[in-house]
Design a protein. Structure first.
Length: 577
């Protein structure tokens, strides 16, 4: 080693640390005042110990590349690639990849070992920790790591706890363990199921090794579930059965692994109580809520699988369809009740073909019955939560559908079907109101004898209920007192004439077919509130000789409501001036 004396520019060959210190002392000219700071030697090197230990090196090891001993190099011995070194110093303030920065923290004789900070480090762990790397953590004493097959440590471990193997990222699955399910996928016509298409579905059984629903002991070794893991073979793996063998609890939740294992369409044994037409299973895991008689994207089965299902290896007889009891099938509504979870707010997607076919006591196929089941029914009906029967409807439907009946000839000149109104609001009734308040039958349905006409849908199309041939209204709304005079005709097309009275003027008006197909709302006042059927004399105008100005079918002569063609029916030569 060559040492330069900066005072005399002489050069001395130093063989040892002691000789070096003597050489440095010889640099001072004879008779010159000794330096105020004594020469640095092995005993007073206060920066860290150099007399023994890892830093008992020749001075040139750290200082030889610089013209002054104030400069030094740590990275010559402590060789770390800059990228991983930068990563583990992300939380260190004033860090830089330089010797001076290294020394500011690592001054102790052992190098000033510090605990590395790993925030944000999720990959490339092996660059520091693999066998032979600068911070090799393997092999762990008493353990031989299985072959990594090119995978990085982060594929199975987290920086929080290296003793817990989390397995590979994502939710890998073994295709040989997929579950085959026979499903029936429905096609709807309105709110009825028109057909069911059989489909065999292979449902993957993925494994999320990062799940928090499983005891940590399950991941203490890959061999717990993968019997050939020490050879680098990880398939097949047995999860639920392995937990049982280890005496560990089954997961508290399922969706962390099985969110993608949900079948589509109806599954399970064919329903028998009641049966369905067409026949199907009872459970539809992909059911959605319906609004205004249209499906929405909102799922109805939003709870974790564990609310209804037991893990398949929790009992010797449990399968994927086994309920929480461990013996019988999984029950959806009952399980929600047991879990204190809310019941679905819509029924159509599952129960569209559960409606009774019989007409008594209520015709569920009638246009007026086209509504969501929960509009009238509540779980469990008159049964129990474990065996609901849905009987005892306690409410009126939210919406009804009117129209759709054939119009006789006359008044129609050719075969015709009356247009309808979908989603016509059913009147809101106070608690305890009986169906017979407005319907001829205690079960409601057709033959209504009263309706609240407040909805603008109704006032814009009276004919949807009141056209000739309607089977929706209980009694014909006209002033005839005998059938031969037109009693029972919702549009009294059989009457030859009517008595018109307006502003003191009166006349007899003839009208073939009662102006068909002009809608009632152009000439008549819409009833207010729940207007009930009245017949006979109740329709005659009040006043002497029936010439009053009010009555059930008063004609207010509001020209703004009438089309020109309507005016011309009574005024063929144009309205009077």
């Amino acid at each position: 080693m060559i040492v330069y004396c900066h005072k005399t520019s002489s050069r001395v060959r130093a063989i040892s640390l002691g000789a070096l210190l003597l050489a440095l002392a010889a640099c001072s000219p004879a008779g010159r005042e000794a330096p105020r700071n004594p020469a640095v030697n092995a005993s007073n090197h206060t920066f860290f110990a150099i007399a023994s230990g890892p830093h008992a090196q020749d001075c040139n090891t750290c200082h030889g590349a610089f013209p002054t001993f104030k400069q030094f190099d740590c990275l010559g011995c402590h060789v770390h690639q800059q990228a991983p070194t930068d990563s583990v110093h992300r939380a260190v303030s004033n860090y830089s990849y330089s010797s001076a920065a290294c020394y500011s923290c690592h001054q102790a004789a052992d190098g000033g070992k510090q605990v590395f900070s790993h925030p944000g480090i999720t990959a490339n762990c092996a660059s520091c920790h693999d066998v032979g790397a600068a911070f090799a953590a393997l092999p762990v004493s008493g353990s031989t790591h299985p072959p990594m097959v090119g995978a990085d440590c982060a594929a199975c471990h987290t920086t929080a706890d290296w003793t817990r193997s989390t397995g590979p990222a994502g939710t890998p699955s073994d295709p040989s363990r997929s579950v085959s399910v026979e499903a029936l996928v429905p096609a709807y016509s309105g709110i009825f199921i028109a057909s069911l298409t059989p489909r065999t579905e292979l449902l993957p059984m993925p494994m999320n090794h990062g799940t928090t629903s499983t005891p940590a002991g399950a991941f203490s070794s890959c061999l717990n579930c993968h019997l050939k893991a020490n050879t680098g073979t990880y398939y097949p793996g047995e999860f639920h059965a392995s937990l049982a063998n280890l005496g560990l609890a089954q997961p508290t939740g399922c969706l962390e692994c099985h969110a993608g294992s949900v079948p589509a369409g109806f599954v399970g044994p064919l329903a028998t109580n009641p049966g369905r037409a067409p026949p199907s299973g009872e459970m539809k895991h992909d059911a959605v809520a319906w609004l205004n008689l249209q499906p929405t994207p909102a799922p109805l089965v939003a709870n974790d699988c564990a609310v209804c299902h037991v893990a398949p290896s929790q009992t010797s007889r449990a399968k994927w369809g086994t309920g929480r009891s461990g013996t019988g099938p999984a029950l959806f509504h009952f399980s929600l009740t047991q879990a204190l979870a809310p019941q679905p707010g819509s029924c159509i997607d599952c129960h569209a073909n559960s409606r009774p076919v019989a007409k008594s006591p209520f015709d569920h196929t009638a246009p007026g019955a086209l509504t969501d089941c929960n509009s009238c029914h509540a779980l469990p009906g008159t049964g129990t939560a474990a065996a609901p029967d849905w009987l005892g409807a306690s409410a009126s439907p939210q919406f009804i559908t009117v129209g759709g009946f054939p119009i006789p000839q006359p008044p129609a000149a050719a075969p015709a079907t009356q247009g309808g109104i979908n989603n016509l609001p059913h009147p809101t009734l106070s608690a305890g109101t009986s169906c017979t308040t407005c319907h001829a039958d205690a079960s409601g349905g057709k033959n209504a004898n009263g309706y609240d006409h407040a909805s603008p849908l109704a006032t814009a199309s009276c004919a949807a209920c009141h056209e000739a041939g309607s089977n929706l209204v209980g009694t014909g709304w006209n002033n005839a007192v005998s059938e031969s005079a037109g009693a029972g005709d919702l549009r009294p097309f059989t009457l030859a004439s009517v008595y018109a009275y307006f502003s003191g003027n009166s006349r007899t008006v003839t009208y073939p077919n009662h102006f068909y197909p002009i809608d009632c709302n152009q000439c008549h006042t819409v009833p207010a509130g729940i207007s009930h059927v009245t017949t006979g004399d109740a329709y005659l105008r009040i006043g002497s000789g029936g010439n009053g100005s009010s009555g059930a079918w008063v004609f207010p002569h509001i020209q703004g409501k009438m089309a020109t063609s309507t005016c011309l029916v009574c005024h063929p030569n144009g309205p009077p001036g």
